[in-house]
Design a protein around this ligand. Structure first.
Ligand code: MOS
Length: 765
């Protein structure tokens, strides 16, 4: 395995920390096991919960008999809907910050079964193993009803997706796509399908709930947003916000699965409040498949072009699955209206309600789904007009946001094309498929591109500088492995001219200034802006102190004349006139300076510009002509995402995204057994993900992209942009290798082999 980073940042760095690679500040805590995750907090008298899940997909619980379980010594209680349905909080507002339209699932609310593996009971015992064993003794009888879980067979049940979820915008049409399609000489169409996928973070969902007295609780929870959990739990249980404290210092991966509070936090809180004891509830790996997934989606794309390769029409329809109780939406087809210059666009996005858990956001939700279909279709169109797929994209390049009619604040996708193609060696690509071969391996080169939102959300941060010259900055955000701890430390250190070692960044506590959910790739821009703002406030206070403190060399100086670096405040005009920050605070008699600050997006900029990050992905595959196996031998991912705060942590984000993209293209799918209405492969043994053996060369390029408009830091975020175009680039490479198109993800050997046999004669070898 060879992984390499090539960073192309041609301008010299004029900054000390931001823009420079730095190791993770939380790395030592993680590798020594000192970083504590939600399930690792202890309390005296701690009880353990084990969740019972429904065996059927639809119907009612006829009876639950817990008597055998309760006979065991050490089993304290079994909570079921019968036990808790009388509690007052069942009529209270139940939404969370990421709720789509509909009524969120209420664990233990009544005897209704809405989906297979729905939580229906909680056994509390003195140990986890005992609770788990006791759960096996609880007898549940059901009145089963017929369920509907097959998306592809039920597209006729679809309805237009409603508004309701934060960030969801309904797609807009323009021109007359059907007419243009009808009149075009060159046209293609296809149907593209992918099954449900699950996030599978390393850390299972877990909550350690500490009962703090009547109506008061502290929750150590696995979440991508402590504030969201606080709001949800206080809503659900009718507790005052200040009496619900949520703490989440470390998260072992989220990928969107932790944006919404999951049912274990409800269960742990319920038990702790009712039993007035601390309670820990941890999901099993199997249960990690029981609360939300990337929705299985069927897509149809039709497009046409003239003989010069100019797109004349785009039609893109998508049918996503959702639950019976909520309308989960994501932005799928809208991207097809913005990616390319085209006058006639028709888009449609509908939902099919099934007896499944509500799907949930998963890394680049919607965009990754869209790109699979749309970027494959673009490839098909390019072959139809016999133009190189990269050239075809350049011919149809959109300078401006085609939907909003606004320019992008920056869009260096062309640079991604150029630098990515050069690194990959794209210019040597034969245009005909099936023309490169090494022994039994057919070799193919494919590419695709993608875009993601560059968003900023309101956020707050606090900071305290103590007289020993140490700075502590805090914000109630989270670090789901993205590097938040590290980049916030860098921003703070840079703003106050300090060493990284003298700065401590803290996060993941509702007692800290409020931050948005960590998601949407917006944390760097959002929390980073708040951290910068609060450090500017501290700087301002220091400069005032320098000016106001008598008998220093800076007395009376205006703040505009002052400079701070390496622990000293000095006169810009005369760097020799300086005082150490620690000395200044001592002389001024200050033990510490504390500030808080808020930041948010600039509404004026939003009116005039659109903000996206972009990426181009180039992939090489080797397809075994006899076995149908696909090996992704090389990937080059070129990213334009504004200023890169820390190429090392940002590079890891893109690297992880590319690995996941390979996994998505070739391996990942959660298979629904429609007879049972249940996901069959709910374990890491049977839900396949890419492992070391599947990963070969990956090259990451951050192209230079300067952006003053997106936010003052010029950041676009990198958590999601890397994955979007990977699967279509691989699918396109498989076509280039074999001359046949697999439109159904994942591209498993059975599909390839079937095609290879059917089409062997088509392949020129
Ligand atoms: Mo991401 S799917 O916004 O955690």
């Amino acid at each position: 395995m060879l992984l390499s980073f090539s960073l192309n940042l041609s301008k010299p760095m004029n900054t000390k920390y931001t823009g420079q690679s730095a190791n993770r500040v939380d790395g030592p805590l993680k590798v020594t096991g000192k970083a504590k995750y939600a399930a690792e907090f202890e309390a005296e008298g701690l009880l353990y919960g084990y969740i019972i899940n429904s065996a059927i997909a639809k119907g009612e619980i006829a009876s639950i008999d817990s008597s055998e379980a309760l006979k065991l010594e050490g089993v304290i209680k079994v909570f079921t809907h019968e036990e808790v349905s009388g509690l007052a909080w069942f009529n209270i507002k139940y939404k969370d910050m990421d709720s789509p339209a509909g009524n969120p699932f209420r664990p233990l609310h009544d005897n209704k079964i809405l989906y297979s593996m729905q939580p229906i009971g909680l056994v509390i015992a003195e140990s986890f193993e005992l609770a788990r064993y006791a759960a096996s003794l609880v007898k549940v009888l059901y009145d089963q009803e017929e369920h509907v879980t097959n998306l592809q067979d039920n597209l006729q049940l679809s309805k237009e997706a409603p508004m309701g979820k934060i960030g969801y915008v309904q797609p807009k049409d323009r021109g007359d796509a059907e007419k243009a399609y009808g009149q075009s000489e060159h046209k293609i169409q296809g149907e593209y399908v992918h099954a449900a996928e699950h996030h599978n973070p390393l850390e299972m969902f877990a909550t350690t709930a500490i009962w703090e007295g009547k109506n008061k609780i502290t929750l150590y929870d696995k979440t991508q947003g402590v504030s969201n959990v606080q709001t949800y739990i206080s809503n659900v249980f009718g507790l005052k916000m200040k009496n619900v404290r949520v703490i989440s210092p470390f998260v072992g991966g989220g990928f969107g699965s932790g944006l919404r509070p999951q049912y274990q936090v409800f269960m742990a809180t319920l038990a702790a409040l009712e039993l007035e004891r601390p309670v820990k509830v941890v999901m099993t790996r199997q249960q990690m498949f029981s609360f939300g997934h990337r929705p299985g989606t069927v897509q149809r794309v039709a497009m046409s072009a003239d003989a010069n390769g100019k797109l004349t029409s785009i039609q893109h329809g998508a049918w996503g699955e959702t639950s019976k109780y909520e309308d989960y939406t994501e932005i799928v087809v809208n991207w097809s209206g913005t990616m390319y210059n085209c006058e006639n666009v028709k888009l449609k996005y509908e939902l099919v309600k099934l007896d499944v858990a509500t799907p949930t956001d998963m890394r680049a939700p919607g965009a990754v789904t869209s790109a699979h279909a749309f970027e494959s279709a673009i490839d098909e169109m390019a072959y139809e007009v016999k133009i190189d797929p990269l050239e075809f994209r350049k011919i149809n390049y959109a300078e401006d946001d085609q939907v909003e009619g606004k320019p992008y604040s920056s869009k260096e996708l062309r640079k991604c094309y150029e630098e990515g193609a050069k690194k990959f060696g794209w210019e040597n690509r034969p245009i005909e498929p099936g023309t490169m071969r090494e022994g039994n391996q057919l070799i193919g080169w494919g590419m695709a591109n993608g875009a993601w939102d560059a968003l900023q959300m309101p956020a707050k941060a606090g900071a305290t500088l103590t007289s020993d010259g140490k700075l502590t900055v805090s914000s109630g955000t989270s670090d789901i492995g993205t590097g938040t701890y590290t980049i916030m430390t860098q921003i703070a250190a840079e703003t106050l001219g300090m060493d990284l070692d003298d700065v401590t960044f803290k996060l993941g506590d509702t007692n800290m200034p409020m931050a948005p959910l960590e998601g949407g790739s917006w944390t760097a821009a959002s929390v980073g802006s708040a951290v910068k703002a609060v450090c500017e406030e501290i700087k301002e206070r220091l400069f005032e102190m320098a000016s106001d403190t008598e008998s220093t060399s800076l007395s009376g100086a205006h703040k505009s004349e002052l400079h701070i670096d390496q622990g000293y405040i000095s006169l810009k005009s005369n760097p020799a006139a300086r005082i150490a920050v620690t000395e200044l605070m001592r002389v001024a008699g200050a033990t510490g300076i504390s500030e808080t600050a808020a930041s948010g997006p600039d509404p004026a900029a939003k009116k005039t510009h659109s903000f996206n990050s972009h990426a181009a992905v180039f992939a090489e595959v080797k397809v075994d002509i006899d076995l149908g196996t696909v090996i992704v031998s090389r990937v080059v991912c070129a990213v334009a995402a504004g200023k890169i705060l820390n190429p090392k942590t940002a590079g890891s984000q893109i690297l992880g995204s590319v690995v996941w993209g390979i996994s998505k293209a070739l391996e990942e799918e959660t298979v629904m057994d429609n007879n049972f209405g249940r996901f069959m492969n709910h374990s890491l043994a049977e839900y396949h993900v890419a492992v070391n053996k599947d990963i070969n060369d990956i090259d990451i390029i951050f192209v230079e992209e300067h952006d003053d408009l997106v936010n003052p830091l010029g950041i676009k975020g990198v958590g999601e942009i890397g994955i979007i175009a990977v699967a279509p680039a691989i699918a396109n490479a498989v076509f280039h290798a074999t001359g046949v198109r697999v439109r159904d993800l994942p591209i498993t050997m059975d599909k390839v082999l079937q095609i290879a046999v059917e089409d062997r004669n088509q392949v020129k070898v």
